[in-house]
Design a binder for this molecule. Structure first.
Ligand SMILES: Nc1ncnc2c1ncn2[C@@H]1O[C@H](C[S@+](CC[C@H]([NH3+])C(=O)[O-])CC(=O)[O-])[C@@H](O)[C@H]1O
Ligand SMILES: O=C(O)C(=O)Cc1ccccc1
Length: 252
């Protein structure tokens, strides 16, 4: 019997906050998973640049026989970028997300991606998922959803599991120490969203929905904690407004 070739999911537009709704915390449920590629591309400045660079960075730091992790993989955009950057057949690539709606759709995207390196998907909490012998780990806009008091333990577990010479790619929405810079960069982010077709109502309702569950920290807080938890060098390789991506490197 011929195996059935998966067909691409239809590209859905994010209208989740377009009409007035009751204030309720944002959740990564089926309605978000359905529109997620559109939502993240139109909401996160630089996302479409960061994804292909994750492939470049992975290729530079992946080690033969090691494990690579994408923590908070959603639909697998960063997972597949990592996959394309891994030339070794003896590596394992693991994507982890605790949203079953995301993991179910992610399986479909992985199946559509014609590549020989297997991808293991785990529907698990990144705070407890097993990590070992890691050369490249990615947290692409995931740590911001972890309660702040749990972030240090998670980063320490990642650093402990990282091989000498291994890295963590950490992308985050940040906040700024100066109120004036915070206001200007937030304004610019909102302008980016407006330029991508979001209305003022969509922007303000989404802002209220993520306020309690997505908690940005300053760049200094991120850098210092990465150094405290066992990484030896931290650099910012990308920034657009209040969205940054860092590379934390463990000495070889
Ligand atoms: N404790 C947790 N355990 C597991 N998953 C979690 C947890 N907390 C949040 N998540 C998951 O982290 C993901 C964050 S989105 C990542 C984008 C992706 N990296 C991308 O490159 O497209 C970023 C965003 O939406 O801004 C969601 O799928 C959550 O279910
Ligand atoms: O939409 C926003 O305003 C954001 O800050 C980014 C975002 C993207 C996807 C889910 C939650 C937040």
């Amino acid at each position: 019997m011929r195996s059935k070739k998966p067909t691409p999911a239809p590209q859905m537009t994010d209208r989740l906050f377009a009409t007035e709704r009751n204030p309720e915390d944002f959740r990564f449920d089926a309605s978000v998973a359905r529109v997620f590629p559109d939502m993240i591309r139109r909401s996160v400045p630089g996302y479409t640049t960061i994804i292909p660079m994750i492939e470049v960075i992975t290729e530079q730091y992946v080690q033969p026989g090691s494990h690579c992790y994408d923590l908070g993989c959603s639909l697998g955009a960063s997972t597949l970028a990592m996959r394309h950057g891994i030339p070794h057949t003896d590596c394992t690539l693991v994507g982890v997300d605790n949203s079953s709606a995301m993991i179910e759709r992610c399986e479909h995207y992985v199946a559509l991606d014609d590549h020989e390196l297997p991808v293991t998907l785990r529907c698990e909490d990144i705070l407890t998922t097993e990590l070992s012998r890691a050369s490249v780990t990615t947290l692409n806009f995931t740590l911001q959803f972890v309660p702040p008091e749990k972030r240090k333990d998670l980063l320490a577990r990642i650093a402990d599991a990282t091989l000498p010479g291994g890295v963590l790619i950490l992308s985050e929405k940040i906040r700024f120490e100066s109120d004036s810079e915070q206001n200007t960069q937030t304004q610019l982010h909102h302008e980016f969203k407006r330029a991508n077709g979001y209305s003022d109502l969509e922007i303000s309702q989404k802002r209220a929905a993520i306020e309690n569950i997505m908690i940005p920290e300053t760049l200094n807080t991120h850098k210092q904690r990465l150094l405290d938890t066992g990484f030896n060098q931290v650099l910012v390789w990308y920034q657009c407004f209040n969205f940054v991506s860092m590379l934390a490197i463990k000495n070889s």
